[in-house]
Write a protein that binds this ligand. Structure first.
Ligand code: ITT
Length: 193
């Protein structure tokens, strides 16, 4: 079976991707199997650029098929921030969530619209690359809620479900998340090759 290297250092992402890819005919391996893998600078201005930068760099390094994910949260009241800088918004998940809640303190409920976006890139060692996007709309809540997931999941509220992302099971989150939607498309493209 062909290897597929999931090139992320984010354990929350890695878990979700491994679960979604489990029914594909690949041996899923992680970057932990490549301790000498270099740091890759996410110098792009968009999710797509950064996903391609990561996937192609690790495909060249490992000589295997590589899947990378670049994702983040866009908050309308902040002009789309933190966006591609989501992982650099503050040092830890809880500080990032608190900073977001503080910045939105005076923003009315109906103006707290936001979306998670994800671009998945799959690259061959020769540079051949495909990309797929997914997004999901929601609201930034006033307090964190839920223990599941990672990152901004405790402050991302989906009105249709009356739930925060961190209150969803992994399967429920994958069924409608930005990452789940991008990966469904990537799986279809990989299966059609
Ligand atoms: P890799 O580059 O190693 O994959 P990273 O965490 O640095 O890990 P990104 O640059 O793509 O990845 O940053 C994505 C950030 O966006 C992530 O750290 C979270 O803060 C946030 N994020 C993305 N998807 C999320 C999700 O499903 N739930 C909550 N937060 C998410």
């Amino acid at each position: 079976m062909r290897k597929l290297v999931v090139a992320t250092k984010n354990l929350g992402k890695a878990r979700e991707i491994a679960e979604m890819m489990a029914d594909m005919p690949f041996e899923i391996v992680s970057l932990a199997d490549y301790p000498d893998a270099p740091e890759v600078q996410e110098s792009g201005a968009t999710f797509t650029e950064n996903a391609i930068i990561k996937a192609t760099a690790y495909a060249r390094f490992t000589g295997e098929l590589v899947l990378a994910d670049d994702s983040g949260l866009e908050v309308d009241a902040l002009g789309g921030a933190p966006g591609v800088l989501s992982s650099r918004f503050a040092p830890t998940d809880s500080e990032r969530n608190q900073r977001l809640l503080d910045l939105l303190h005076d923003v009315a409920n109906d103006k707290r619209t936001a979306r998670f976006r994800c671009v998945v890139a799959v690259a061959e060692p020769d540079g051949d690359t495909l990309t797929c996007e997914g997004s999901v709309e929601g609201l930034i809540s006033r307090e964190p809620k839920g223990e599941n997931g990672f990152g901004y999941d405790p402050v991302f509220y989906v009105p249709e479900l009356d739930k925060h992302f961190a209150e969803l099971t992994p399967a429920q989150k994958n069924a409608l998340s930005h990452r789940g939607r991008a990966l469904e498309k990537a799986k279809a493209m990989l299966a059609a090759r």
